[in-house]
Ligand binder design. Structure first.
Ligand code: BDP
Length: 684
């Protein structure tokens, strides 16, 4: 169905002239035999794509024809710098490709050269995308090399088939404690990921339960290897989340102490076993000493001890340890104002800079708290110059409307990537840091939590497909604009009708600000129903142990994180960011309540008071949410019924739910502050 095919619709090219031109150019494909052995997925994709877009069956040949036009595909392997390991390398440049249109006698030759079979695959997807966008052959010419080396997706899927923070049905990977027998849907997912440049995936939840702990045993591995094979064909390396206490849980060793030789040996043997089954296994993702997960702290060891022990086991095979920095005290006493969860990652990991082995990467969430609709950028970016880093985004919309509300997140991610950290000097943006060359990181990149499940449209809300697409495109090239990505996704998904493209792009681009405007105000976060994180509950997290407070009382609201009078979190930033956030005058409005506790009468840069801003944005936001559904209804008849209706019903839910948000937030602050709305609108 069109829902299922996402951005890979491969509709017939409408203009018959352009279609004929492409059919002529691409009707014959020359791939040398040696190359084609390694490029099966690329060849299959071309075959499928040409058949449905050009209505031709491409003829594959292993030698160039004497005359006429054709597509030539080749691999020119990038020199691997000193990688004599059995595992896969992560060399910069190995995923690159070039596409050139060359005049050859009477005809033309389109030449696609990849620097590896993955490069060829990316080139093929680029070609098919260009065709679907209606580009002419000469407009396809380019040389591309992804900016980030590691471009990863994290599944939070559990073996029982459920998905932590999944909003689109159950897992496509697991059912009833087992890996699914039929992997064809996983293959389709691999195609989607590869089409936007993803090259790594961890296939189980970071919270590892007993069943998944066993994935690394002799019984579990043949099953995992089946999935690894599916992804391998699409240039995607498979990783597993592991349980740090596995030596205890399944190893029969009475400890998981990283400095214990028996533990070290157990992990070394485990690594050997894994690589016997999966020779190009990517490595481990580890959530340790976080939210009740086991870790090195139990043995008086630190994160470097824990990560390095695993790294040593994987090192001979070329495997990586991706160690998450989402570490904080989730049992804090809300009465104690001296602890600040925002400080935690930096306080834990900053002092360990330089202590990690070369194949360890620290995975850092984009903000210091937890994927809120608005947060400052984590100060850890730029703070560790001798440690490999991975930036973590959340594609699944946990705190941003759970794929029932429209929230296109690419603009948010873009702000994070473009944030000027002022590490080393002005102009050092987060994207320059995670790309790796600035600090000479051995390997680095970006990871994100997936938003897909087994529903027909993959993502619950059909328009939420744009987030998965956009994530891949953005981390391939962080200089792409959020608009350009939205425009591209819309065309690929719904076709090139001008009205459709304009309206859908407009909806996507407006959606994050709209969602922000009717939910928690001015960067304060967390006013959601505890545990579920959907819908408003202003005080739900206020007197809890999670470190998630807004401190609203009758006089004011916000968290004082200044150095002068607050938690001192601002000192984790470089100057001038530190000064900007410290200063009530300079702090940007959208983060005001993240950094300052202010009276409701405080005047924002925008000119309005905090309380009036809350009223205005909530009335305005609910109205704008209704506006989204009106824009969509203007597209009736231009979009197939299945997708039209699926989107329409989500937008109707959003419209109603936004009003609920508006009323709960406005009423709360009206009652707390006693300040009336200047414009006298209805507050309950
Ligand atoms: C939070 C989620 C929780 C995850 C955790 C994590 O609520 O389900 O396990 O992040 O990232 O956002 O480990």
């Amino acid at each position: 169905s069109t829902l299922y095919k996402t951005w890979l619709q491969y509709n017939e090219i409408p203009g018959s002239e352009l279609r004929r031109e492409y059919a002529d150019l691409l009707g014959r494909v020359v791939v040398e035999r040696e190359t084609s052995r390694h490029c099966t997925a690329a060849v299959n994709e071309l075959t499928e794509g040409f058949k449905s877009m050009l209505r031709t069956n491409a003829v594959f040949m292993d030698e160039a024809p004497a005359s006429g036009s054709y597509l030539r595909i080749g691999v020119k392997v990038v020199e691997a710098a000193g990688t004599n390991r059995e595992g896969r390398g992560w060399e910069k440049g190995e995923d690159a490709f070039s596409l050139k249109l060359i005049k050859a006698g009477e005809g033309k030759r389109l030449e696609l050269i990849g620097r590896s079979p993955s490069g060829v695959l990316y080139g093929v997807f680029h070609l098919l995308r260009g065709m679907a966008l209606g580009l002419r052959p000469e407009e396809l010419e380019r040389e591309e090399c992804p900016v980030n080396r590691l471009r990863m997706i994290n599944q939070w899927d559990n073996a029982d088939g459920s998905i932590e923070r999944g909003y689109a049905g159950n897992s496509i990977f697991y059912e009833g404690g087992k890996i699914v027998a039929d992997t064809s849907r996983i293959r389709d997912y691999a195609r989607m990921l590869s089409s936007v440049g993803i090259n790594a995936i961890s296939v189980n939840n970071v919270n590892v339960h007993e069943i998944e702990t066993r994935f690394i045993t002799e019984e579990g591995l043949p099953e995992v290897a089946r999935v690894a094979e599916v992804f391998r064909n699409y240039g995607i390396a498979l990783f597993l989340s592991i349980n740090f206490a596995a030596p205890l849980a399944i190893g029969g060793i009475g400890t998981a102490d990283p400095l214990d030789p028996n533990v070290q040996q157990w992990w070394a043997e485990t690594a050997n076993r894994i690589y016997r089954h999966i020779p190009d296994f990517g490595g481990f993702v580890v959530k340790a000493d976080s939210e009740h997960r086991p870790g090195p702290f139990a043995y008086g060891r630190d994160h470097a001890d824990g990560a390095n022990m695993l790294a040593e086991a994987l090192e001979p095979h070329g495997g990586l340890v991706i160690w998450r920095c989402f570490v904080y005290n989730c049992m804090q006493d809300w009465r104690d104002r001296s602890t600040d969860r925002a400080r935690a990652a930096y306080d834990h990991f900053g002092p360990l800079d330089g202590k990690f082995r070369d194949n360890v990467l620290l995975q850092i969430k984009n903000g210091p708290m937890d994927f809120q609709v608005r947060e400052p950028v984590s100060p850890l970016f730029g703070a560790m110059s001798r440690t490999n880093q991975v930036l973590e985004f959340q594609v699944t919309q946990e705190y941003t409307g759970q794929q029932r509300h429209l929230c296109y997140l690419v603009p948010q991610w873009k702000q994070v990537l473009d944030f000027d950290t002022h590490a080393v000097s002005a102009g050092v943006q987060v994207k320059n840091i995670v790309e790796g060359s600035l600090f000479g990181m051995k390997i680095s990149g970006v990871a994100a939590v997936s938003n897909i499940g087994n529903e027909e449209c993959w993502t619950g809300h059909p328009l939420a497909q744009a987030n998965l697409y956009g994530y891949g495109r953005l981390i391939w090239n962080p200089d792409l604009s959020a608009e350009a990505i939205a425009d591209e996704w819309t065309r690929l998904t719904f076709g090139n009708d001008k009205d459709v493209v304009e309206k859908v792009t407009q909806m996507l681009m407006a959606s994050w600000p709209i969602y922000e405007s009717y939910t928690s105000p001015l960067g304060v976060g967390w006013m959601v129903v505890p545990h579920y994180h959907y819908g408003p509950d202003v005080d739900g997290y206020e007197y809890s142990r999670w470190g998630t407070y807004h401190f609203a009382d009758r006089d004011g609201i916000g968290v004082d994180r200044t150095a002068a009078t607050g938690t001192g979190y601002v000192t984790q930033y470089y100057i001038p960011n530190r000064e900007t956030y410290e200063s009530l005058k300079k702090c940007p409005d959208e983060l005001l309540l993240f950094f300052h506790h202010v009276p409701y009468s405080h005047r924002l840069h925008s000119g309005s008071t905090v309380i009036q801003h809350i009223y205005d944005t909530h009335f305005g936001g609910a109205e704008a949410a209704e506006g989204l559904s009106l824009i969509w209804s203007a597209l009736a008849g231009k979009i197939d019924a299945e997708r039209y209706e699926a989107v329409e019903s989500r937008l109707a839910e959003q419209r109603d739910h936004a009003k609920h948000w508006r009323d709960v937030i406005n009423t709360y602050f009206h009652r707390k502050s006693g300040v009336p709305d200047e414009r006298g609108r209805e507050i309950y």
